[in-house]
Design a protein. Structure first.
Lengths: 165, 109
């Protein structure tokens, strides 16, 4: 029980560091740590498939893509743009209002049951694969088209345009 | 695995919702406060991930595996979004020599 609260504290702490770090590289490294705590959350819920996919896709692929883009862009620290303090305060107030609205809506819903894992096989690869390839076969295939079009779009956007004269 | 299952049994659903909404609002604040396009992208990733965690928590709570299938689809979507978005950022940097989003004010006209 206390494991959850410790990991939850860590994920909130690291995600605050993500948006406050001055250097974008540090920001990305803190984001990796945040995703690691998310993976631990998934393991605590016995959602093994989601935990592994989160580990491989997010921490492995997406964040390496971020770091690689940052390396391509070659940011200096002094070119890091900063908003004025007024805008920052307004942003914090807006986000805080959002949080307060959700928490207030949560308070209206008084009773809170415990999260109990009835079926220990729920998050295993075998069970999820059966559901994915029976009920959700069409969305699965469509998502492959989405990934293909994203790949083509990324290559098209990132290549330099040839000189047309 | 038995001890893990015992660990989870004591946590109310409200605490999961609270954790995910806190992280989601941190992502919203990050989008509003920062001007670096890459950090804004990372805040969006933070929001997507908090929603993923909440979907998984509800899926375990209801004993229904559909939520975790949706998490899988959201991850595929996030991968596609990141690939296209980072390509756009690289192109913006190539054209304006900056990833400050305020430079893109001219898109308003």
């Amino acid at each position: 029980m206390s494991t959850f609260y410790f990991i939850a504290f860590l994920s909130i702490f690291f995600s605050i560091l993500v948006i406050t770090a001055k250097n974008p590289v540090h920001s990305i490294l803190y984001l990796i740590l945040t995703f690691a705590t998310f993976t631990i959350h998934y393991i605590l819920m016995n959602a093994q498939f989601v935990a592994i996919v989160n580990f491989i896709v997010y921490m492995g692929a997406i964040l390496v893509l971020f770091l690689y883009t940052l390396m391509l862009i070659n940011l200096n620290k002094d070119s890091e743009p900063q908003k004025s303090n007024f805008i920052k305060v307004i942003g914090f107030i807006a986000g805080g209002c959002f949080l307060v609205a959700i928490v207030a809506a949560l308070k209206a819903y008084k009773t809170s049951q415990l999260v109990v894992l009835q079926d220990p096989n729920l998050g295993l690869v075998k069970n999820l694969g059966k559901i994915l390839f029976n009920e959700y076969l069409l969305p699965f295939e469509v998502s492959s088209i989405l990934l293909l079009s994203a790949m083509v779009g990324a290559v098209l956007l990132a290549t330099k345009e040839p000189k047309t004269t | 695995m038995e001890t893990l299952n015992h660990n989870i049994q004591a946590i109310p659903l409200n605490h999961y919702i609270l954790l995910c909404s806190i992280i989601f609002s941190i992502g919203v604040i990050g989008v509003l406060v920062r001007r670096n396009a890459i950090v804004i992208f990372m805040s969006v990733e933070l929001m997507l991930n908090s929603v993923n965690l909440l979907l998984t928590a509800f899926s375990v709570y209801r004993g229904d595996a559909t939520g975790q299938v949706f998490v899988f689809f959201i991850m595929a979507l996030a991968a596609a979004e990141v690939a296209v978005g980072l390509a756009i950022i690289v192109m913006i940097y190539r054209n304006t020599n900056s990833i400050d989003i305020n430079v893109l004010n001219r898109l308003k006209w």
